[in-house]
Design a protein around this ligand. Structure first.
Ligand code: HEM
Length: 105
């Protein structure tokens, strides 16, 4: 299935309440998400993670991220991210394309 970053930007509206992305992104309620696909969990400097996220040992490769975003509290029990989850595979595809368009900075 195609991944559409422009459609993913619209999906990211749900995340923007808590996360920033892009050249001027700062940590907010949640950590900034530049380069998140491929990033080690709990690794953004200056962000105060929960122990659950910090110590999860996960790397946000595409497969792991997809599982996480479907049901964050199932994948990381004890996470302080309050988000019910995104179930629709096409919307997840598009979201991943959008996230991948921002390198770590
Ligand atoms: C953590 C993605 C929505 C608040 C994270 C992490 C990812 C992520 C990948 C782990 C980051 C890391 O380990 O560095 C997303 C995406 C969202 C979304 C793609 C939308 C689909 C939200 C929303 C909120 C939120 C709506 C607030 C209501 C947080 C918080 C953490 C977090 C507080 C830190 C968790 C902890 O330390 O336990 N998010 N998130 N996120 N997110 Fe989200």
């Amino acid at each position: 299935q195609a991944q559409d970053a422009a459609a993913g930007e619209k999906v990211f509206a749900q995340c923007r309440a808590c996360h920033q992305i892009g050249p001027t992104a700062k940590n907010a309620v949640g950590p900034q998400l530049n380069g998140v696909i491929g990033r080690h969990s709990g690794s953004v400097e200056g962000y105060n993670y929960s122990p659950a996220n910090k110590n999860s040992g996960l790397t946000w490769d595409e497969a792991t991220f997809r599982e996480y975003i479907k049901d964050p509290r199932a994948k990381v029990p004890g996470t302080k991210m309050v988000y019910a989850g995104l179930k629709d595979e096409q919307r997840i595809n598009d979201l991943v394309a959008y996230l991948k368009s921002f390198d770590a900075s």
